[in-house]
Design a protein around this ligand. Structure first.
Ligand code: DAH
Length: 343
């Protein structure tokens, strides 16, 4: 019996040494060591047939034989796999400078991009970007801004009032109430811009959508003048539209500013001659502004004898339409990827 095992071990070790692939090695290993039907494992079963006094010696020989074959197979496996790795390293290669295939990624909506751009322009001038609530009360949206109940200027703000149980609340019609909130919570010098959503019961047309965006601005300090207002607006509009686009400032009226100014930009589609998208005006109004009314400063807890300020509110939706020569502000909200992917 012992001879049998020695002979088998010798054969197995020779075959293992000759195996020149991992597959072949595995076949050899199974032939000798497979739990069922392996030549060496099978020899182990004979243990039971032996007379009791021979079993211990046979058991030792058997363990030595299967241990030796097992170890030899393991060693050969390591040799063969490192040879295989070296072959791969030599034959296969990766060009690390080859550009990857592009991932298709989304991007911010054009209006969101524009709002960020406006924030950048004003942050350069020292303005901090803050936000305020979209649902407001009458006090902040109107009264503190010099529009008491029954004031005719309220007519221009076709307001969405909330029904019971939220009666008394409204969807803000402009971002100006955040001016009041800023004045009531911080002391001058104040330089803030407030991007946000507002809503009005306007009939949709090429320049109106019931929900739109505004970016409010407020600067309060000692000695702020109309010159500062004009300089700031000119700087910002040049940054947004480039030096060549025609821009005009004209006198206007807002209850919360005195004097008041509006800025118009030449229509991006007709360049000023009049077309459907500017409702034949040639110009599109993009912002209202003015020197903060002394009573509004007082309402905000600021002494108008010590401080003055200017404020403005601009419409990034219209600015997007003008900048990109789009025909209709409502196109921005159609979620049409053919349009949005251009940005
Ligand atoms: N709130 C005005 C509107 O929605 C825009 C505006 C005008 C804002 C003058 C201002 C301002 O801050 O001073 O049409």
């Amino acid at each position: 019996m012992a001879v049998d095992l020695q002979e088998l071990t010798k054969q197995a070790l020779e075959e293992i040494a000759r195996a020149d692939s991992l597959d072949q090695l595995e076949r050899v290993r199974l032939r000798y060591l497979a739990r069922h039907g392996g030549l060496i494992s099978g020899a182990g079963a004979r243990l039971r047939e032996l007379p009791a006094d021979q079993r211990a010696a046979y058991g030792r020989d058997f363990n030595a034989a299967s241990g030796a074959v097992h170890e030899a197979a393991e060693r050969r496996r390591e040799e063969l796999s490192s040879a295989e790795l070296e072959r791969q390293a030599g034959e296969e290669w990766v060009d690390m400078s080859h550009p990857g295939s592009p991932l298709s990624r989304g991007h911010a909506h054009p209006v969101a991009q524009l709002v960020r751009e406006i924030e950048d322009i004003f942050s350069y001038l020292g303005y901090q970007s803050v936000s305020g609530p979209e649902l407001e009360d009458d006090l902040h949206n109107f009264q503190l801004l010099n529009m008491p109940p029954e004031h005719p200027a309220r007519d221009a703000h076709d307001t969405f009032y909330l029904a019971a149980p939220a009666a008394g609340w409204l969807y803000r019609t402009h971002t100006s109430p955040v001016q009041m909130r800023a004045m009531l919570t911080s002391k001058p010098p104040l330089r803030i811009i407030v991007p946000g959503k507002v809503a009005r019961r306007d009939n949709p047309d090429p320049t109106h959508n019931p929900v739109f965006h505004q970016v409010e601005g407020l600067c309060v300090d000692s000695g702020v003048t109309v010159g500062d207002l004009k300089g700031t607006l000119e700087y910002a509009l040049r940054a947004l539209f480039g030096r060549d686009r025609r821009v005009r400032l004209r006198a206007s009226f807002f209850p919360y500013t005195e004097p008041s100014l509006e800025a118009d930009v030449a229509c991006g589609v007709c360049q000023g001659s009049g077309c459907r998208s500017c409702l034949n005006k040639g110009w599109v109004e993009i912002l209202g502004s003015g020197m903060v009314h002394p009573q509004v400063l007082r309402n905000g807890g600021i002494d108008p004898d010590r401080f003055s300020g200017f404020a403005f509110g601009m419409g990034p939706d219209r600015i997007a339409v003008l900048r990109y020569g789009m025909a209709d502000v409502r196109d921005l909200y159609e979620n049409d990827l053919r349009l949005l992917e251009r940005f």
